[in-house]
Design a protein around this ligand. Structure first.
Ligand SMILES: NC(=O)c1ccc[n+]([C@@H]2O[C@H](COP(=O)([O-])OP(=O)(O)OC[C@H]3O[C@@H](n4cnc5c(N)ncnc54)[C@H](OP(=O)(O)O)[C@@H]3O)[C@@H](O)[C@H]2O)c1
Length: 327
């Protein structure tokens, strides 16, 4: 496992880190025993950064991480998120009283007196035009409740706006073989500002593992079923917003590029790590086997310029028209 600096925090985090949404909920049924085994495997493989949120199983994901931290002596940075428990989810809801209450809940779930990193959880675009929200976060840092803060964004424009606030340490954004736009304007800007980038949905919700097909079925409580068309939250979070059949066809084209001995998941993750602006990819993992396979991507040799160009060509031909202008 290799490590990269996370913005200006001084932390060096694993290139392949752990996305803890699936072990909380919204991905079909998961057992806590298996989730803990997956988390432990991640630490065994050198992972030292875990991304979670208060809303993932309403604290379930955070509490599993607390259990993990009790069992392990390694240093583990936990990035959580706040804001998505607002109902309705409005810019006005991002105020001192609500955010402070969410943070108190995360402190309890994570059994700590200070959170490592808190990310605003894909707030409405208006929040980025309300400097008072970022002053509130500064106040929480001063009060010792949070060490650092960042944001998780839906759109490139939000990312560009977020890095204007000087104490934003990280911008989490969707970036994968089906989502190239962040690399155009945003990545150079993030390098300039020394802002860390956890790349989320790196496997396009499992699509870029190459294991899905026309007959794949998802449980009723799996967002790949209930949010296929954005019924519950931004459709970009499910299969990266790409139509299922279009995605399957593009995956078959990418499959032809795999170097011998490299799985599709590993290829998709290694592709992300080719971008210096990215701090880490945070693939979700439900089982130890998935985690071990994903972590091995960090040790793979770089992809060739021809392979990188070929992925871009597949994106331009199959995917660009569907996603490029939207996020
Ligand atoms: N708004 C936000 O801030 C936001 C939104 C989305 C995600 N995130 C963060 O980003 C993380 C990653 O995104 P994601 O979990 O949505 O999607 P993802 O990482 O693209 O896909 C994860 C899913 O792919 C499957 N998988 C993973 N590794 C595999 C392997 N080696 N072989 C076969 N299948 C494999 C697993 O599901 P199955 O086994 O069920 O197929 C897993 O749950 C999340 O966990 C979360 O921490 C944040």
């Amino acid at each position: 496992m290799h490590y990269r600096e996370l913005g200006r925090t001084g932390w060096k985090v694993s290139e392949i880190s752990f996305g803890a949404w699936a072990i909380g909920g919204a991905w079909g049924s998961v057992s806590d025993t298996e989730s803990l085994a997956a988390l432990n495997k991640a630490i065994d493989c050198g992972v030292n950064f875990i991304d979670t949120a208060d809303v993932y199983g309403m604290g379930r994901s955070e509490r599993l991480i607390t259990q993990l931290k009790r069992d392990r002596k390694e240093e583990i940075v936990v990035a959580t998120k706040a804001g998505r428990r607002l109902s309705p989810h409005t810019a006005d809801g991002y105020n001192k009283a609500n955010i402070t209450a969410f943070i108190e809940d995360s402190l309890r779930n994570l059994s700590t007196s200070c959170l490592d990193l808190v990310q605003l959880h894909c707030p409405p675009t208006d929040v980025y035009y309300r400097p008072e929200m970022f002053s509130i976060l500064d106040g929480l840092v001063k009060a010792g409740k949070i060490r650092y803060y960042g944001v998780s964004v839906e759109r490139v424009e939000e990312a560009l706006k977020a890095v204007e606030f000087p104490n934003v340490q990280t911008v989490q954004i969707i970036f994968n073989c089906f989502r190239l736009r962040p690399s155009e304007l945003f990545f150079p800007r993030a390098i300039e500002k020394k802002v860390g980038i956890p790349a989320r949905v790196p496997l396009a919700s499992g699509m870029l593992t190459g294991k899905l097909n026309r007959d794949s079925r998802f449980a009723a409580d799996d967002h790949r079923n209930f949010n296929r068309h954005g019924q519950q939250f931004d459709v970009g979070e499910t299969f990266s917003g790409v139509d299922y059949d279009v995605a399957l066809a593009a995956v078959e084209e990418i499959r032809k590029l795999l170097p011998p001995g490299v799985s599709m998941s590993q290829f998709a993750l290694r592709w992300i790590l080719m971008f210096d602006a990215v701090t880490c990819a945070i693939p979700g993992g439900k089982r130890p086997g998935q985690v071990a396979e994903n972590c091995a991507a960090s040790d793979l040799p770089p992809l060739s310029p021809e392979t990188m160009a070929a992925v871009k060509t597949i994106y331009d031909k199959n995917i660009r028209d569907l996603v490029h202008a939207r996020w």
